[in-house]
Write a protein that binds this ligand. Structure first.
Ligand SMILES: Nc1ncnc2c1ncn2[C@@H]1O[C@H](COP(=O)(O)OP(=O)(O)O)[C@@H](O)[C@H]1O
Ligand SMILES: Cc1ncc(COP(=O)(O)O)c(N)n1
Length: 284
C-alpha cells in the first residue's frame, strides 16, 4: 500500500502558538533563548523571528549584529503563513528600521495579541536599542501592542525623569497610556526593598498593584524577557490579561527561586526555566 497516497485526516487539535520577535542571546539566559525555554515550560509551541544576534554571556554584551529587515520579514511571514500565531512577544529591536518592520508585519498579518517588552539596556549595562529607535518604538509599536512591559529604567527613559517610588511608577504608567499604550505593566523589580511591586494599568480601569517578596538571588539575567514571553503564553492559552500577568509573575518567581543557588558564568546568571514544566497539548 502506498501510504503517501492516502491522505491523512486533518488533525483537529492545535497547540497554543507563540512567536518571539527578539534578539538572540548566545549565553542562553535572555532574548530568544529565554523565550523558547519559557514557551516550552508553559506548554506552548514557540517560534522565532530573530531581530539581531548578540555575542553575550552573563558578564555582558560583546557584539551586536542586526538582521536585515527583509530577513526579519521573511521569518515572520514564513511562520504566520504556515503555522499561525496566537500571541506574539516582541523584545530587543535595536534599530528604528527594525521597529518599523515589526509594525508593518503586525499590520500585514493582523496580529492582535502582542506583548511588547521595550528592551533598551541589558542588566549588564549594554545599550540594546539606538536613540532614534526609542521614539519610533513609542509611536509605531505602543498602539499596536496589547501590553507594554517596561522596567523601571526603561519607563524612566521613556518619561524623561528618574522613578524612585511607587507613586512615581503610577504617574509614569499614566503617562505611557497617554502616549498610546493600551495597557502598561510597569515592573518595579529595580526599586529597592524586600518587596517587589509591579503595576498593571489599563486604559479606563483601576490600577492593579501586584506585590511579592523579593527573592534573594544574583541570577536575574533574562527576567524581563521571561516575564513578557510568559504573559504571551498565558494569553495564547486564553487567559484574560490581569490573570495572564499574575500567572506569568508566579512562573518567573518559581524560576528565580529554582535558579538562585546555581552558578552559571561569573556574572548575573539565568533563571531555571524548567522548574515546573507543563505538557504541550493540542487544544480543540
Ligand atoms: N529578586 C526578585 N524577586 C522576585 N521577583 C523579582 C525579582 N527581580 C525581579 N522580579 C520580578 O521579575 C519581573 C521582571 O522585573 P524587573 O527586574 O523589574 O524587569 P527587567 O528584568 O526587565 O529588568 C517582575 O515581575 C519583577 O517583579
Ligand atoms: C538579546 C537580548 N534581549 C534582551 C536582553 C535583556 O535582558 P536583561 O535585561 O535581563 O539583560 C538581553 N540582555 N539580550
Amino acid at each position: 500500500m502506498n501510504l503517501a497516497a492516502s491522505p491523512a485526516a486533518a488533525p483537529a487539535l492545535r497547540y497554543p502558538r507563540v512567536l518571539s520577535i527578539a534578539g538572540s542571546d548566545s549565553g542562553g539566559g535572555a532574548g530568544i533563548q529565554a523565550d523558547l525555554k519559557t514557551m516550552a515550560a508553559l506548554g506552548c509551541y514557540g517560534m522565532t523571528a530573530i531581530t539581531a544576534l548578540t555575542a553575550q554571556n552573563t558578564l555582558g554584551v560583546r557584539g551586536i549584529h542586526v538582521v536585515p529587515t527583509e530577513m526579519l520579514h521573511a521569518q515572520i511571514d514564513a511562520v504566520v503563513e504556515d503555522i499561525g500565531v496566537d500571541a506574539v512577544k516582541v523584545g530587543m529591536l535595536g534599530a528604528a528600521e527594525t521597529v518599523r518592520a515589526v509594525a508593518a508585519a503586525i499590520d500585514r498579518h493582523a496580529l492582535s495579541c502582542v506583548v511588547l517588552d521595550p528592551v533598551m539596556v541589558a542588566t549588564s549595562g549594554a545599550r540594546l536599542i539606538d536613540e532614534e529607535a526609542v521614539a519610533v518604538l513609542v509611536r509605531e509599536l505602543f498602539p499596536r501592542a496589547r501590553l507594554v512591559t517596561p522596567n523601571l529604567d526603561e519607563a524612566a527613559l521613556l518619561v524623561g525623569r528618574a522613578l524612585r517610588s511607587e507613586a512615581d511608577m503610577h504617574e509614569a504608567a499614566e503617562e505611557l497610556l497617554a502616549r498610546g499604550a493600551r495597557a502598561v505593566l510597569l515592573k518595579g523589580g529595580h526599586l529597592p526593598g524586600d518587596t517587589v511591586c509591579d503595576l498593571l494599568l489599563q486604559a479606563g480601569e483601576a490600577p492593579l498593584v501586584m506585590r511579592s517578596a523579593r527573592i534573594d538571588t544574583p541570577n536575574t539575567h533574562g527576567t524581563g524577557c521571561t516575564l513578557s514571553s510568559a504573559i504571551a503564553c498565558e494569553l495564547a492559552l486564553g487567559q484574560p490579561l490581569p490573570l495572564a500577568v499574575e500567572r506569568a509573575r508566579d512562573y518567573v518567581r518559581g524560576a528565580l527561586q529554582a535558579g538562585a543557588a546555581v552558578r552559571t558564568g561569573a556574572g548575573s546568571g539565568p533563571l531555571n526555566h524548567g522548574w515546573q514544566p507543563r505538557v504541550l497539548q493540542g487544544r480543540p
